[in-house]
Design a protein around this ligand. Structure first.
Ligand code: SF4
Ligand code: URA
Length: 186
């Protein structure tokens, strides 16, 4: 059991529990408000994130900022992390053993930050957080109450960049997230 976010981060910085530890440039631990009521979870670092060591700093990240702004939130209101802390070469999906090796760090982050709402960005995130096979078009926008957390899968911003038509439903999800956020209060 971790007692501080800093301790988790120290372990991630030197982690070689899976083979991605050998190919990464930087670990991408996650960042944001450690007192946030909303935590956003992506899949894993891409090229830009691997370069900079920060989550969602590429094109998808810029769209994510706009999505947050559309419901009057900023990065300071949320905490952003990923299933994987190191980049899979070529941005391929995580291998099951990589996700299994890494997800303990995310669980530790969740245990310390204690968000009320967890937003799974995309199929891979939702699959590992909810522990079930996900079809994102079918399963997005549905709330799951698990161990006191409100969890909702929605589209990954990279999917919205590929297909603008998905944005309408993504916005519905954002409004549902904002409504839940307001309802849960301080
Ligand atoms: Fe460790 Fe996770 Fe990086 Fe694998 S992806 S080396 S488990 S921090
Ligand atoms: N995509 C992700 O899933 N996570 C990031 O941090 C960046 C892009």
């Amino acid at each position: 059991m971790y007692t501080s976010i800093t301790k988790i981060k120290e372990d991630v910085l030197q982690c070689h529990k899976c083979s991605l530890g050998a190919s990464r440039k930087n670990t991408v631990f996650g960042e944001g408000n450690v007192h946030a009521r909303i935590m956003l979870v992506g899949e894993g670092p891409g090229r830009d994130e691997d370069e900079l060591g920060r989550p969602f700093v590429g094109r998808a990240g810029q769209l994510l900022d706009k999505m947050l702004a559309s419901i009057a939130l900023t990065r300071n209101d949320v905490y952003i992390a990923n299933i994987l802390k190191c980049r899979p070469p070529g941005n391929r999906d995580p291998e099951p053993e990589e996700a299994a090796a890494c997800i303990g760090y995310l669980r530790a982050q969740v245990a310390l930050i204690k968000p009320k709402i967890i937003v799974c960005l995309g199929r891979v995130s939702a699959k590992h957080i909810l522990g079930q096979d996900i079809r994102i078009m079918r399963d997005r926008g549905v709330w799951h109450k698990v161990k006191g957390f409100w969890i909702i899968p929605t589209y990954h911003p990279a999917a919205l960049l590929r297909n603008e038509l998905l944005k309408k439903d993504a916005y519905k999800d954002l409004l549902a997230i904002k409504a839940r956020f307001n309802e849960l209060g301080e």
